[in-house]
Design a binder for this molecule. Structure first.
Ligand code: FES
Length: 178
């Protein structure tokens, strides 16, 4: 299995970004506010659009299992190709926050994937890894839900919610328990 800690490769510009913006809490909050203010050019990764999810006909969609931090099934839902896990969670009222609405400037959409499905995904971009590094309860198979696009081969994927998240926008690093 490919582990995010060992597969994580940062180029020079990423290391610079991380050390510069991650140097102090103030600098980090500044980065978050920048993203919140709508300056989308700051991030290089495509921003997800939420709120335009169309539920597939029952029995025809990609099945996504959401579990709580104790491993209990919350709900199995169906999605279309191209939907992301955060958007699907919101569509079906799963308690996954997504404070920055997919602009890769928070870690509140952190989910833990089952290893066999994690390995089917493209590796996370540096922006995503930077945010994951700030996530509460990080694991080898952690991803940002807003960055996981569903494909047919991901049918049956399980996304487990962590026991808490940090909302960098609102309360700095204070974990919010689910
Ligand atoms: Fe903020 Fe996914 S919603 S990074």
């Amino acid at each position: 299995m490919r582990h995010r800690f060992t597969s994580h490769r940062r180029d020079i510009s990423s290391v610079f970004r991380t050390s510069f913006f991650g140097a102090t809490r103030e600098a980090w909050d500044c980065r978050s506010l920048w993203a919140l203010s709508g300056n989308r050019s700051f991030h290089s990764t495509t921003i997800s659009a939420h709120g335009d999810i169309i539920r597939p006909e029952p029995g025809t969609g990609i099945k996504v299992n959401f579990k709580d931090s104790k491993g209990n099934l919350i709900r199995t839902v169906e999605a279309n190709e191209g939907d992301d896990i955060l958007g699907i969670a919101h569509e079906y009222d799963i308690d996954l926050e997504g404070a920055c609405e997919g602009s890769i400037a928070c870690s509140t959409c952190h989910v833990i994937l089952s290893p066999e499905y994690y390995d089917l995904l493209p590796e996370p971009e540096d922006d995503e890894n930077d945010m994951l590094d700030m996530a509460f309860g990080l694991t080898d198979t952690s991803r940002l839900g807003c960055q996981v696009k569903l494909t047919k081969e991901l049918d049956g994927i399980t996304a487990t919610l962590p026991s808490a998240t940090r909302n960098m926008f609102v309360d700095g690093k204070k974990p919010t328990h689910h």
